[in-house]
Design a protein around this ligand. Sequence first.
Ligand SMILES: [Fe+2]
Length: 197
Amino acid sequence: MSNEMLGTVAHINDAKTAAPKIKGFHHIAYRCRDAEETKKFYVDLLGLKPSAALAFDRDPGGQDRPFMHLFFEMGDGNFIAFFDEPTSASDDVFQMKDGIKDYHFAFEVETKDELDAFIKRLGEAKVPVFGPINHHFCHSVYFFDPNGLACEITLKDEKHDEIMAEEGSRAEAAIKAWTAKTKAIKEAKLKFFQAAD
Ligand SMILES: [Fe+2]
């Protein structure tokens, strides 16, 4: 896919239509190695609801590539989704992801008992769990799914909203300061990559 399709912030001042409120995620979607294995992890182990398992013979471009699109429902009615498309699945797609270098996602529970129960349950199922880590605004445990995805389960601290309100009031200034602090590193990297072209 070409970089010409990348989003840009170069023309945001031309956008005169007010942004409507985004309510939340409807779903986030990842690839999975195997629909059955992924169902076992998210439904049988983590307790999500199997909401849809849609099998197709062709990809959206009309190519003869069978795939299954899975939707597992969380307690808020939103979904984590997966594609099982074996004809194009190379093994490196399923290498363990680094929670910072790559990405991770965080499920939320409402009580400390629920967080503790997940730590116990994952341990019983021999899934390695890291944490809990006290991030002050939330408390998190980390583990990997069978597809190499970095998962987090987090519990909001009782001071979560207070901390976020305080952080939120200085977020714009913090981003400006960070941009100034990292500008030289980013420009040097850009020059390095341009020289390599
Ligand atoms: Fe996180």
